[in-house]
Ligand binder design. Structure first.
Ligand code: APR
Length: 234
């Protein structure tokens, strides 16, 4: 039987659906973040330049919610797999830090992290907590912005290069909980497939890319990761 055990170089590619069972809302669909907020008001550089306080308050509200949520059993499964297989990498679109809170170490955050702040001159600061430690840079007083890839931002080239590299060298690519409509991340399933990886999609719903995958598991992330025979064989 084809199973996780047959592969050595494994990429888990995660999106908001991975954190849904932790209580973190997804972006799209009913009750999604973009149902409640307009990204042009809270998640783009233009808005930040116009109303830094408003944009920071939105992200602080999200930090508060995230700190009241906890990684679920599916996150723990990924950490356990990472501990058993040295060549497991998680490429995540999530900014919530849940994989790291569950103990995962090999995590590439292609959209950045809500737990880091960035000064245009003095670089990046770790900043974990309900409220920000600093709203402005301690060195130059500029407003600090969350180190997140917002709409219309350029991707971090170094991070994307690392992600491209692991995706094109893996032999198993498992996508979990992403609608896969935001580029360039949406190109990863095809990239993995073109380079010969076995591609599996875990998502209770079909996505635009479902037909690209060799196998689809129509279950919530925690159930699929804990119980599906493909995963259980680990
Ligand atoms: N388990 C697995 N998948 C789930 C679950 C669950 N329990 N619940 C929902 N999903 C799936 C949904 O069916 C949907 O396909 O998760 C997906 C979430 O899609 P989006 O909300 O679009 O999130 P994501 O794909 O991560 O968005 C990509 O868009 O706005 C940007 O920067 C933001 O990183 C984000 C990017």
């Amino acid at each position: 039987m084809n199973s996780l055990q047959s592969y050595s170089r494994i990429v888990f590619f995660t999106g908001a659906g991975m954190s849904a069972e932790s209580g973190v809302p997804t972006y799209r669909g009913k009750g999604g973040i973009w149902d409640q907020y307009d990204y042009q008001d809270v998640a783009c550089q233009k808005a930040f330049e116009k109303y830094p306080e408003k944009v920071l308050a939105y992200h602080e509200m999200r930090r508060n919610l995230l700190l009241s949520c906890h990684p679920h059993a599916g996150h723990a499964v990924l950490t356990a797999i990472e501990n058993q297989h040295p060549e497991v990498i998680i490429v995540t679109q999530n900014i919530d830090g849940m994989h790291q809170r569950a103990g995962s170490r090999n995590v590439i955050e292609i959209h950045g992290s809500i737990w880091r702040m960035r000064c245009p001159v003095h670089g990046i600061f770790e900043d974990m907590g309900e409220t920000y430690r600093h709203y402005t840079c301690p060195h130059c007083d500029a407003w600090l912005r969350p180190d997140i890839t917002w709409f219309d931002d350029a991707m971090n080239e170094q991070v994307m290069k690392r992600a491209d590299d692991v995706v094109s060298h893996c032999n198993l690519f498992v996508s979990i909980g992403t609608s896969a409509i935001i580029w360039p991340a949406a190109g990863f399933p095809e990239l993995a497939r073109d380079y010969g990886a076995w591609c599996v999609e875990i998502n209770p719903e079909a996505t635009k890319l479902s037909s690209l995958y060799h196998e689809t598991i129509r279950l919530p992330a925690s159930e699929a990761l804990q119980q599906h025979p493909f995963m259980a064989s680990r």
